[in-house]
Structure formats: structure tokens, C-alpha cells
Ligand binder design. Structure first.
Ligand code: HEC
Ligand code: HEC
Length: 310
């Protein structure tokens, strides 16, 4: 082989190698661009989904905001809600033969976050505040409709023990003034079981925990939370609590491991936690949560400070 041929081969190899390296780099670059485009697409999708979710509740916020204040009340029918408010503490919802007659308010203490923080038939009372924002109800998430929940609360022995709705409506019908109010709010149907439930649901829509320091902070008043609480909000995001505790009330929208993901809004008013209600200390809940067990103590502490302002 002449020297010249040898050098030609070496040159050709070098060119080929350069082309290969170039192709590889270009491929990597294209891969990175595709991944970035996919991430941007997913983010845009998440932003649009969030905006649509909040719009459903009449909350108008930029979809990019993760923490969002609750609106001062939800749209509701005022006349019907007034009847529902009365029924919430009305013994006639419970069967007359049950001596203690458990009205809704006996277990759902409005001054304590909408719960008595007590166990009834092995289950902790869930708060009634913000119930209208939920899309899944009861400890196992077995119901997804607030009317169905209220019907169950009125009819079943574990709760108010009112018996079949038709019987409840018949008992209430003895009250001529109440029957007239039902007729004026609901038309000809008037005082029937489904309308009794509906009036209570309209009332529940008025029970919203808005106006907390957290709400003001969400709305842009930075100083409403102290630096430790603000740091806790960052831990909340970093620990991915929002994977489950999301939406307007930070939860109540899905089931995880057979349990309804609790709404965290209004948490500061409650004094017992998790379905069994045995845990009375928020500090003890965090390590039990996915993403909570591995947190360093100082992060855990800030996180709990944040949970207390919700
Ligand atoms: C004996 C106590 C008791 C009475 C009385 C009672 N509740 Fe409840 N309520 C509970 C318990 C306990 C739960 C949780 C049940 C579960 O998780 O399976 C609950 C859950 C609820 C929920 C679901 C909250 C959620 O986010 O999942 C609503 C709404 C509710 N009750 C409304 C009412 C109304 C309205 C009345 C009156 C008609 C009423 N309750 C009467 C104890 C009671
Ligand atoms: C994989 C889903 C999931 C993740 C992630 C998650 N949680 Fe939960 N969380 C739940 C479920 C489910 C419950 C209700 C359990 C029960 O009722 O026994 C709950 C309940 C709670 C409660 C008790 C609320 C109450 O009223 O009883 C707190 C507080 C809480 N979570 C905080 C957090 C924090 C803080 C994080 C992040 C470190 C977190 N969670 C991450 C699913 C999750």
C-alpha cells in the first residue's frame, strides 16, 4: 500500500467517525427536544385541567397557581338553603321511637370544623365543611354524590336513623308552615323525601372554610403566613403531597389504598385524624403519609405548621 492510500483510508475513517459523532449528538439533542416538548405539553394539559376544575366552582384563577383560595361561598339556592339549615338541627329527621334523636348537628359540630372528632361505629365523623367541593365521599370513597350522602345520613341507623325518606317527609308534613315553605321553594312536589335531601344539600353548600390566613396568602398577601409556614408549603409540594391532596380543598377527589383522600382544608379545626380517629396529633400523621416518612425533622415541623393554617 502506498503511503498516499494509507492516508486516504485514515482520512475516510476520521470523516466517518466525525459524521457518527455528529449524528449521535444530533440524535441526543432531538431526544432532549422531544422530551422537553412532551413535558411542556403535559404541563399545559395540567394547567388547563386545573383551570377547568376551578371554573366548575366559580373560582377564576390562573391555572398555573397550585394553591388557590376558596371562594366566599358557592352558588346556592338561598330559600332552599334556609330550610336545610333548619332541618340540620331538626329532631323530626330522626325516627320518633329513637329516644336520643341524633340531629345532624349532634355529630357535625359547626363550631369545630363540622365534626365532633369522635368515632361512630368505628368510623370518625367526616367534616361537613367544604363537602360541596368533594367528588368522593365517606371513608372508603364509596359515594360520589352529595345528595346520596345526605340521603344515607338521614335514613341509616349508623347516623340520624330517620328511616325511609318517605316516612321522614310524612313526619315533617304535619308542620303546615314548613310544608308551605317547601311548596313555595319546590313548586307542586313540595315536601317529599328528595326535596328534604336537596334542601340540606343547598345548606351544606353554604358551609365553606373561606377567609383563612391560607386563603389570604393564596390570594397574594405574602405576609399572611410566617416564614416557617411558607417553608412548609414548599415541603408540601416537594414531598408530593399534592399527588393525592389536590384541588380546591386539597383532597376529597380520589381514593388511595381503599381510603378516601381526606380534604386538608379546615384541618386546624379538627382534633382527631384518619378513618379510625385514634390519632390526635398532626405530628404523628405526617410520617404515616407516602412521602412523609423520609422527611428530615425540620421539614416535618414546617409542614405541620403549614397544615395548621389550612
Ligand atoms: C351519629 C353521628 C352522625 C349523625 C347524626 C350524622 N352524621 Fe354525617 N357523618 C358521620 C360519620 C361517622 C361520617 C363518616 C362516615 C364514613 O366516612 O363512612 C359522616 C359523614 C358525613 C358526610 C360526608 C363527608 C365527606 O366528606 O365524606 C356528610 C356530608 C354528612 N355526614 C352530613 C350529615 C347530615 C346532613 C346529617 C343529618 C341528616 C348527618 N351527617 C348526620 C356521623 C354522623
Ligand atoms: C398516595 C396518596 C397520598 C399521598 C401522596 C399523601 N396522602 Fe395524606 N392522606 C391520604 C389518604 C388516603 C388519607 C386518608 C386516610 C384515612 O382516612 O385513614 C390521607 C390523610 C391525611 C391526613 C389526615 C386528614 C384527616 O382529616 O384525617 C393528613 C394530615 C395528610 N393526609 C397529610 C399528608 C401530607 C402532609 C402528605 C405529604 C407528605 C400526604 N398526606 C401525602 C393519601 C395520601
Amino acid at each position: 500500500m502506498t503511503r498516499r492510500v494509507k492516508w486516504s483510508i485514515v482520512g475516510a475513517c476520521a470523516v466517518l467517525a466525525l459524521v457518527a459523532v455528529g449524528l449521535f449528538a444530533w440524535h441526543k439533542h432531538a431526544q432532549r427536544e422531544a422530551a422537553a416538548a412532551e413535558a411542556a405539553r403535559l404541563e399545559a394539559e395540567a394547567v388547563a385541567a386545573r383551570a377547568a376544575l376551578y371554573a366548575q366552582f366559580g373560582i377564576d384563577v390562573p391555572g398555573t397557581r397550585l394553591f388557590v383560595p376558596l371562594p366566599p361561598g358557592l352558588p346556592h339556592h338561598m330559600g332552599r338553603a334556609k330550610i336545610g339549615q333548619k332541618l340540620f338541627n331538626d329532631r323530626r329527621l330522626t325516627a320518633s321511637r329513637v329516644s336520643q334523636g341524633l340531629v345532624c348537628g349532634a355529630c357535625h359540630h359547626l363550631g369545630a370544623g363540622g365534626t365532633d372528632s369522635r368515632i361512630h361505629h368505628d368510623i370518625l365523623t367526616r367534616p361537613v365543611y367544604n363537602a360541596a367541593f368533594a367528588t368522593t365521599y365517606l371513608h372508603d370513597g364509596s359515594l360520589s354524590n352529595l345528595h346520596a350522602v345526605v340521603g344515607k345520613m338521614i335514613e341509616e341507623p349508623h347516623f340520624s336513623w330517620g328511616g325511609p325518606l318517605a316516612g321522614v317527609a310524612a313526619r315533617l308534613s304535619g308542620d303546615a308552615a314548613l310544608a308551605a315553605r317547601f311548596r313555595s321553594e319546590y313548586g307542586d312536589d313540595g315536601l317529599v323525601g328528595t326535596n328534604v335531601v336537596d334542601a340540606v344539600v343547598e345548606y351544606l353548600k353554604t358551609l365553606v372554610t373561606e377567609g383563612t390566613p391560607y386563603d389570604f396568602w393564596c390570594a397574594g398577601h405574602t405576609d399572611s403566613l410566617n416564614p416557617d409556614q411558607r417553608r412548609g408549603s414548599e415541603v408540601f409540594l416537594a414531598a408530593r403531597c399534592m399527588d393525592c391532596h389536590d384541588g380546591p380543598v386539597l383532597g376529597a377527589r380520589k381514593v388511595s389504598r381503599g381510603r378516601k383522600v381526606s380534604a386538608l382544608r379546615g384541618l386546624r379545626l379538627r382534633t382527631a385524624y384518619l378513618t379510625e380517629g385514634k390519632i390526635k396529633d398532626l405530628n404523628a400523621v405526617v410520617p404515616l403519609m407516602p412521602g412523609g416518612e423520609a422527611l428530615p425533622p425540620e421539614d416535618r415541623k414546617s409542614l405541620v405548621e403549614f397544615l395548621k393554617v389550612l
